[in-house]
Design a protein around this ligand. Structure first.
Ligand code: AMP
Ligand code: ZN
Length: 139
């Protein structure tokens, strides 16, 4: 989809800190991280939400989420990892390309909100470093 920011990330037209890619899935670091390691997993084929996404892509995203959550556990040793996914403006979906958030919580981090949080730009060098750690744990 030509005006979709996540489609542009998949095409490489907008830079991202990529941590994983396969035939139908792309995963990259959130630039406004709720916590250290906040990652987004998206289908390569544009679909807006849970109602639109084909079942095969949904399944592929969740299979990828298991691999990435394992890598997060190995790389970051979090207290836990929240998998969060919003559908529709009514629950504050901001980017209208399906995405599963994987949000690790560490001992020093606050509780994680469900549908509303402040978008605070992260330190890109730190995001890059954490992304490299997770990507390395995936290999
Ligand atoms: P939501 O649609 O509310 O589930 O959240 C959209 C998420 O996309 C937010 O956490 C944003 O920080 C994130 N986001 C928006 N633009 C980018 C980008 N260019 N690179 C990485 N993450 C992004
Ligand atoms: Zn898209």
């Amino acid at each position: 989809m030509s005006d979709c920011i996540f489609c542009k990330i998949i095409q490489g037209e907008i830079p991202s800190v990529k941590i994983y890619e396969d035939d139908c899935v792309f995963a990259f670091m959130d630039i406004n991280p709720i916590s250290t390691g906040h990652t987004l997993i998206i289908p390569k084929m544009h679909a807006e939400n849970i109602w639109e996404i084909p079942e095969a892509d949904l399944a592929a995203i969740h299979v990828a989420s298991k691999k990435i959550a394992q890598a997060m556990r190995n790389a970051l040793d979090p207290l836990g990892v929240a998998a969060l996914q919003l559908n529709g403006r009514g629950v504050n979906q901001l980017v209208m390309h399906y995405h599963l958030h994987l949000i690790p919580r560490t001992a020093e981090g606050p509780e994680i909100a469900l549908t509303k949080w402040d978008l605070i730009p992260g330190n890109m060098a730190a995001i890059q470093k954490t992304g490299e750690k997770i990507a390395a744990a995936l290999r």
